[in-house]
Design a protein around this ligand. Structure first.
Ligand code: AMP
Ligand code: MG
Length: 407
């Protein structure tokens, strides 16, 4: 079986993935989800002209010629706190104390900030203005941020905290979004234990399931721990069927390579339209993909680094597409190798676990983060990037390489 270029594997999987349906939820739960409605400003923001500073509302003309040496005295005609309104218009020769966010009283056209004024205490009845202010000074007009009727957000927007702030400003309690997929995670393998007990002969601890559940959560999807499965064809078959009924997508780890007990692969072929791929990358060459009950199942390889790299390269973008994202890839950058990273030609792109940093000359640089075996999870744990080392003899110090950023 010839190796499939990564881009072809990605296309094969991603082309079958459809976004989930939509749901209306409280705005506070919408961060990271994709907006499925248009948002139009229903009112002016701010709704009324108000002051951007604590100070005195005045008529700008009344401050003409004011300076530190020749202050202008105005009669204090009241106080307007944020949330209150003046009980009468401001007359010529008057000033009203005003707090940030309070409405500009009728008759006033400017605010002089408190630092440019002087009074004889809180009960004073005059204020001395020590500077001239222009009309409009520190006044935030109604609609200065948004005018009523503005089409603000379109479907497809990935909701950030600032968007949620805007929803609240506009009085929206709920928004329609693409539903957050629930993603079930299984681990498979007779050698795995999940508890704290000492390892028996031949046993190792299950690291893939906790790692994958965390990757799912980090991507903003809802992880569902579906537990561990033995290398037993009947048990795995039942678990895949039951799992598919419960969640929107499934991730399995293990059982997709060439071993005698790699049942995930054989079962996906039996249960659905399985694609089994040998992808031209290292790690994470074997990969199985299929649908059971219409739910996508990503059969990730068992080696801990392979399962994470498979997730990054194929599953994560697919799951984000289900969540309505169009920009599904992690950021990648060009960076300079800070040391030689040698390899041998084997027809594959190597995703080397690296530490990337921003160097003093501005160009990001990277070095190997540790052991590069697909079982050497410590190297991945110390990495913040995957450097795509193209097929060939590797790279020399100073070579430019594409690096996928993991955080
Ligand atoms: P498999 O793909 O099932 O042949 O597994 C390949 C390698 O990954 C073997 O060395 C397994 O012991 C190891 N492995 C499989 N699943 C896990 C897991 N959940 N956690 C840690 N290692 C695993
Ligand atoms: Mg196995």
């Amino acid at each position: 079986m010839s190796l499939l270029p990564l881009a072809d594997a990605q296309e094969r999987v991603w082309s079958t993935i459809e976004p989930m349906g939509t749901v209306t939820i409280p705005i506070g739960e919408s961060r990271g989800l994709v907006l499925a409605q248009q948002v139009v400003a229903r009112e002016n923001i701010p709704p009324f002209a108000n002051t951007g500073m604590d100070g005195f509302a005045v008529r700008a003309a009344d401050t003409a010629g004011a300076s530190v040496e020749t202050p202008v005295a105005l009669a204090i005609a009241g106080t307007i706190a944020a949330g209150a309104v003046a009980d009468r218009p401001l007359e010529a020769g008057e000033a009203m104390r005003i707090m940030t966010g309070a409405p500009i009283p009728e008759g006033a056209d400017a605010v002089i900030m408190v630092e440019l004024t002087e009074t004889d205490g809180p009960d004073a009845d005059t204020v001395r203005c020590k500077a001239e202010v222009a009309a409009g000074n520190h006044v935030r007009p109604a609609g200065d941020d948004l005018t009523e009727g503005t089409e603000l957000f379109e479907p497809g927007l990935v909701i950030t905290p600032a968007h949620i702030g805007m929803f609240a400003t506009l009085g929206l309690q709920e928004v329609e979004v693409v539903r957050r997929p629930r993603v079930g995670v299984f681990s498979t393998g007779d050698e795995l234990i999940t508890g704290p007990e000492p390892l028996g002969p031949g046993q190792i601890r299950d690291s893939n399931r906790p790692q994958l559940l965390a990757l799912v959560a980090e991507a903003g999807l809802e992880p569902v721990d579906l537990g561990w499965l033995p290398d037993d064809e009947a048990v795995i078959e039942q678990a895949l069927r039951d799992g598919a009924a419960k969640v929107d997508a499934l991730l399995t780890s293990g059982g997709v390579s060439m071993g005698d007990f790699d049942f995930v692969k054989t079962l996906l072929r039996k249960l659905g339209d399985m694609h089994w791929m040998q992808i031209a990358i290292k790690p994470a060459k074997p990969f199985a993909f299929g649908t059971v009950l219409g739910k996508p199942i990503f059969g990730l390889p068992g080696n801990p680094v392979s399962s994470a790299v498979s997730f990054e390269m194929i599953a994560r973008p697919a799951l984000l597409k289900m969540m309505g994202y169009t920009d599904t890839l992690r950021r990648s950058i060009w960076a300079l190798a800070d040391e030689p990273l040698l390899r041998s030609p084997d027809g594959k792109t190597h995703f080397t676990r690296v530490r990337v940093w921003e160097s003093i000359d501005g160009a990001p640089r990277f070095r190997s983060a540790g052991g590069q075996g697909s079982h050497q999870l410590s190297g991945l744990a110390l990495a913040n990037g995957l450097a795509a080392i193209p097929d060939g003899d590797g790279v020399q110090a100073g070579d430019r390489v594409r690096v996928l950023l993991l955080s």
